[in-house]
Design a protein around this ligand. Structure first.
Ligand code: 4AD
Ligand code: MG
Length: 433
């Protein structure tokens, strides 16, 4: 076993002590008699000081070989220094090189093109901006679990290899033994509905796959989705829960990840709007609003990204667009009794041109109606036998939604393209690293 080292973030508990620290070199400088090594270990950044007359010759010689990303072990005294980021520096007694790093390390502290950075994603992830994003991501994932745990929702895991198709987006498929074609799940929802009839309130949190040929800043082919499904919730209950959920997620990041938001230079005043009630705008009114601002979208069509931006810019806070026309949405949404041309659904549009972060709906609970919709959509009815059973044996009012994790992170962090908020993005034209 390796001797225990102190994480840079924990040095504050070791003032005055002699400790071991391990990490990677970010930069070095020297005056000939005194040398400085700046290293990071994932928890923080540390300046270490070597005085030539006070360290072994081997340590002084090792300093001369350091390059960016050399991995090192330092032994030294933790000294308070108010000028340092964490409030401490290390007075080095010994420096050992663990792993050298050739001088051609690709990601240098200078501007690089995005394709180059994505090719070197395994290195790009070592930079401050990227580590800040990954910490916010982790905070949000934990916040998701805390939110639902506090409300007694049961977390359920649904299959990734599926036979029934959930959404209209492109499919990834593979041959599955003697069973024919299996699809990578586009959603966990259909299984979530079965589990809601078993447990009441549930949520899924997993990867979903869509063979999206669109190269936009909001589309990945593999992304993570949180999909709650609630028995006995109608669409109004559903939207109330979404509003509380999104508000909680934003507040949690503001409270606990302020340092990271600073690294990202996020103007957090732009997030204050989540404190106000979200707008609930009927689809017809949303179309009229977009048209009044120059869009040529017509009733019956799904809203495009530019339409969504116009609508949210007008309101300057999150907007639910409710009750879309049937043709624009998936087969499982409940027909709206007040206007059967439409369904009881809502997309939640985030501010700052972020577009849809949630799609949700009340589910069609009438056996005949949902069978008709499956047929109209030319879906293979046989694959939906078990799903239809949910309407045959004890049908129930139920609703749910799906929040896209990456779009939510990008909005909260103010990151333009969602490829930067997942460690190893998958999109058209990118499968490596
Ligand atoms: O609106 P969508 O397609 O809804 C569903 O999948 C439902 N089954 C959810 C449910 O009711 N349980 O997708 C939900 C969300 C979108 O609002 C968006 O945030 C995200 O998933 N999303 C994507 N994120 C990244 N890349 C893509 N290609 C995405 N497609 C959808
Ligand atoms: Mg949607």
């Amino acid at each position: 076993m390796i001797d225990s080292a102190v994480r840079i973030a924990d040095l504050k508990h070791h003032a005055g002590a002699i400790v071991t620290v391990r990490g990677w070199v970010t930069h070095v400088r020297s005056s000939g008699k005194v040398a400085f090594v700046v290293a990071r270990d994932g928890s923080g950044t540390l300046q270490a000081v070597l005085v030539k007359s006070q360290v072994p010759v081997a340590s002084w010689d090792a300093f001369a070989t350091l390059t960016q990303e050399t991995s090192i072990e330092l032994v030294g005294e933790v000294r308070a220094d108010a000028r340092q980021p964490g409030g401490f520096e290390l007075g080095v007694q010994a420096l050992t090189v663990i792993g050298t790093s050739p001088v051609d390390y690709p990601v240098q502290p200078k501007e690089h093109g995005v394709d180059f950075l994505l090719d070197n994603r395994h290195f790009w992830l070592r930079t401050p901006r990227q580590t800040a994003i990954m910490r916010v991501r982790s905070e949000l994932e934990q916040a998701v679990h805390d939110f639902f745990y506090a409300r007694d929702f049961v977390r359920c895991d649904t299959p990734i290899l599926t036979a029934a198709i959930g959404e209209r987006a492109g499919l990834f498929s593979t041959e599955y033994f003697e069973e024919g074609t299996a699809y990578l799940a586009q959603t966990g929802q259909l299984y979530g509905e079965a589990l809601a009839a078993s447990l009441g309130n549930i949520y899924t949190f997993g990867p979903t796959f869509r063979a999206e040929k669109s190269k936009t800043r909001r589309h990945l082919t593999e992304f993570w989705m949180i999909e709650p499904e609630m028995a006995w919730y109608d669409q109004d209950d559903n939207m109330n829960l979404q509003e509380a959920f999104v508000r909680y997620l934003v507040q949690r990041v503001l409270e606990r990840r302020g340092e990271e938001l600073k690294v990202l230079e996020r103007d957090t005043s732009k997030l204050d709007c989540v404190g106000e009630p979200f707008v609930r705008l009927d689809y017809g009114d949303a179309v009229a609003l977009a048209q009044s601002k120059g869009s040529d979208v017509k009733w019956g069509e799904d809203l495009g990204a530019p339409d969504e931006a116009l609508i949210v810019d007008h309101h300057q806070r999150p907007v639910f667009v409710v009750n879309y026309p049937k043709e624009a949405k998936a087969f499982y949404m409940k027909e709206n009794p007040a206007d059967p041309r439409t369904v009881r659904c809502a997309d939640l549009l985030a501010p700052e041109g972020r577009g849809e972060i949630i799609g949700g709906s009340q589910r069609e609970d009438d056996y005949d109606k949902i069978l008709r919709r499956l047929t109209e959509e030319r879906l293979p009815v046989a694959a939906y036998g078990w799903y239809l059973d949910l309407r045959k044996y004890g049908t129930f009012t139920h609703s749910g939604f799906g929040l896209g994790l990456e779009r939510t992170i990008a909005w909260i962090c103010g990151i333009e393209h969602i490829r930067e908020v997942i460690p190893f993005p998958r999109m058209m034209g990118r499968l490596h690293p």
